[in-house]
Write a protein that binds this ligand. Structure first.
Ligand SMILES: [Zn+2]
Ligand SMILES: [Zn+2]
Length: 116
């Protein structure tokens, strides 16, 4: 596999396997024949083509029955989350400045409609 001609950009999403940052291929042999970009974990090197980073990250995680786990990747340095109780979720905003939260809790924290 030719990897040397690829260049990668960082996304704000975390690997559902290892918690590493997901990268998206921006040049080289990234896009699949269908045109979807290649995503890869910077740490465990899991890789997949897809419409978005959710092919690898927590946003796309499903239970075995196919239901979404309702998790979402979030930037911990988002101004709107400056008062968020990260510790209650066992999260210490660190180097990556990324975390994984239940989507419903994030909506509440952002003051968005709780929705269906
Ligand atoms: Zn990984
Ligand atoms: Zn994500």
């Amino acid at each position: 596999m030719e990897t040397d001609k690829r260049t990668w950009a960082m996304t704000d999403h975390l690997c559902s396997r290892c918690g590493g940052r997901i990268l998206v291929c921006v040049t080289g042999r990234g896009p699949s024949p269908g045109g979807n970009p290649l995503f890869m974990c910077a740490d465990c090197e899991a890789a997949a083509w897809g419409m978005g980073p959710d092919v690898l990250c927590w946003c796309g995680q499903k239970y075995r029955n196919g239901d979404s786990m309702g998790m979402t990747c979030v930037r911990t340095d988002d101004d709107r989350l400056s008062g968020f109780p990260w510790g209650q979720y066992g999260i210490r905003p660190g180097r990556l400045k990324l975390a994984v939260l239940p989507r419903a809790h994030l909506r509440v924290a952002l003051g968005e409609a709780s929705g269906p």
